[in-house]
Each structure stands twice: as structure tokens, then as C-alpha cells.
Design a protein around this ligand. Structure first.
Ligand SMILES: [Zn+2]
Length: 317
């Protein structure tokens, strides 16, 4: 096997069945949050379709001419369309439309993977609709998006929609220990910190998870003036609020004498035990609520991020 896919086994077997039965659709729409594995699964699918290996059960073989070309990024029947700047532009779609009408050169199909389909501008979206309405024979479009709500209904209705979901954190942790040289504690922390999103978990492991294992200053800070400095730090890291919640959740667990396996940050248990002495259950619950509210405020309203964070930090201290 050329591919190690972590999770998504139902989808993999669904795609395998479609290829074996020669019932590959003309258009797919893969949906799911960033890092969940949309592009990985789309590449696997393309590889499965184009592989020239003779043993069906071993496809994609990773060794045939087609598999090699895909690995090297130069298979003539596999194309990627990515945002040019912030958008996918109509010229990119027109280029595709000019090529897609020709027969595939080496494989059974021409495959186009459009990453970030939510970034099609209006003109490009209308143009692609024409291809979806009358798909050329022997072609497959695989559209990927983080946000299906932004994809116009006329595009959605012409695609086979395949949703990809984050994994259960326990299952992800097990997979991480199989495929990376990490101990169980690190794998478990990466799985929980990433909310079961494979791509994020791998990044955490590759970047070294230790930076995420240091108790955030805000939990032990007592000087209200520090709120502004801490808010500034939090502003720089978009994941920071989710991470902050995992720390307060650990405090809550410790407060209730929960088993250590439930902790996101088991490596910091000694410091956390010391810290929890200064916290009442009510204070921890209020803190979690506060962080969640701030997160929602930043996402759903026009409040300035730094202001919301400063208010939050003041309340937390
Ligand atoms: Zn192959």
C-alpha cells in the first residue's frame, strides 16, 4: 500500500467499491474541517482510480508507473486547482474546461481536485456549474470544502457528497502510536488537543507537543494588569482558546478526583494539582463558560478580538 490513511475507513471502503464496480461518479464534494483529511482521501481516491497494478486487492500499489507519477506530482491525468491568492478564479476554471474535454492520456479518467471550493468566486462557481451539468465522459471532479454552507445548492446537488468527520480521540491516539514514534501520553494529548482532527494532531506531534504542555500563565496569574499582556499573547494563536479550555477542564477533573487518563495534560499533573488548590469548582466552571462565550463572541460578532480577549482575561484573573 502506498497510502497510510488514518481513520475514514468507511469512506475508503465506499470508494474502493465504486472503483471496483466501475461506478465512479463524475463529481464528488468532500466536506469537513481543516486538517480532517479531505485532500489525503481525495489523493488516495485518485491514486486508486489511476493505479495500473494488476492485483485489485493491493491497489493503489505505490509501485506502478501511474502510482510513481502521482507521487512525483506529474501524472498527466491528475490535476489540482488551488486558490490563486484568496480565490479560485474563473481563468483557472476555464483552463480546466479546455483540457477536460479531451480523452485521458494514460489512465481511465481525468481527475481534477479542487481544494478550498468555498473560495470559488461567483464567476468561477457559475462556470464550474456548466461542467457539472454536462460532465465530459471519463472525467471526475473532486471538490473539497471546509464549509458546505458556502457552496451554492446547484453545485451541491450535482455532486456526490462525502462528509469527513474528526475521529474519536481514543481511536486517533491508538492510530498515532502505531504510525509515529510517540508514547501513549503524547499521542493521547495530541488526539485530545486536536479534537480528533488527524492533520492537527500530526502537526502537534511534528512541532513538538511540549510547547502545548506548559500551563498557560492566565491560570496562575493574580495581577489584573497582566491581563493585557496575556490577551496579546492569546491573540496571536488562533487555537489558544480551545487549548485554554482543555486546561480548565483538567482542573475540573482534578477537583473531582477523576482518574488521570481523563486529563488532556497528564504530563503537567503535579503542577495542576498544586494549582487546583486555589480554585473552587464554581470558579473553574465560570472560567470555562467565560472562555466559550468569548470564543463565540469573536466568531459570531464584530467585536474586536483583542478587546474581547482583554475582558476575558480580566474576568479570569
Ligand atoms: Zn499503482
Amino acid at each position: 500500500m502506498a497510502y497510510t490513511i488514518i481513520g475514514h475507513q468507511n469512506i475508503i471502503s465506499q470508494l474502493n467499491k465504486a472503483v471496483k464496480a466501475e461506478r465512479v461518479a463524475g463529481a464528488y464534494l468532500f466536506t469537513g474541517v481543516q486538517g480532517v483529511g479531505k485532500e489525503t482521501v481525495a489523493c488516495y481516491f485518485a491514486n486508486l482510480i489511476l493505479c495500473q497494478g494488476t492485483d485489485e486487492a493491493l491497489k493503489p500499489c505505490g509501485e506502478c508507473n501511474a502510482c510513481r507519477k502521482i507521487q512525483n506530482g506529474n501524472h498527466p491525468d491528475l490535476h489540482f486547482i488551488r486558490p490563486d491568492g484568496s480565490q479560485i478564479k474563473i481563468d483557472q476554471i476555464r483552463d480546466m474546461q479546455q483540457q477536460i474535454v479531451y480523452q485521458p492520456l494514460e489512465g481511465p479518467r481525468k481527475i481534477y481536485i479542487l481544494t478550498n471550493t468555498e473560495r470559488l468566486n461567483d464567476a468561477a462557481a457559475n462556470a464550474i456549474l456548466k461542467t457539472l451539468e454536462e460532465p465530459p465522459a471519463a472525467s471526475t471532479l473532486i471538490l473539497l470544502t471546509e464549509n458546505i454552507e458556502t457552496i451554492i445548492l446547484t453545485i451541491r446537488s450535482r455532486c456526490q457528497i462525502i462528509p469527513l468527520y474528526p475521529m474519536h480521540t481514543k481511536q486517533l491516539a491508538t492510530e498515532l502510536t502505531k504510525h509515529f514514534s510517540v508514547d501513549e501520553e503524547t499521542a493521547s494529548s495530541a488526539a485530545i488537543l486536536s479534537n480528533g482532527i488527524v492533520g492537527k494532531a500530526i502537526t502537534l506531534i511534528e512541532d513538538g507537543i511540549s510547547a502545548h504542555q506548559k500551563i498557560p500563565d492566565i491560570l496562575s496569574e493574580t495581577d489584573p494588569m497582566a491581563a493585557f499582556r496575556i490577551a496579546e499573547q492569546l491573540e496571536k494563536n488562533p487555537e489558544s482558546l480551545d487549548e485554554l479550555i482543555t486546561w480548565y477542564r483538567d482542573l475540573l477533573f482534578l477537583q473531582q478526583d477523576a482518574p488521570i487518563e481523563l486529563l488532556t495534560h497528564p504530563n503537567a499533573i503535579d503542577d495542576l494539582k498544586e494549582l487546583v488548590k486555589g480554585y473552587s469548582r464554581l470558579r473553574i466552571e465560570r472560567a470555562i463558560k467565560n472562555v466559550l462565550e468569548t470564543k463565540s463572541l469573536i466568531q459570531n460578532t464584530f467585536v474586536t478580538k483583542i478587546t474581547a480577549l482583554e475582558v476575558m482575561c480580566l474576568k479570569l484573573i
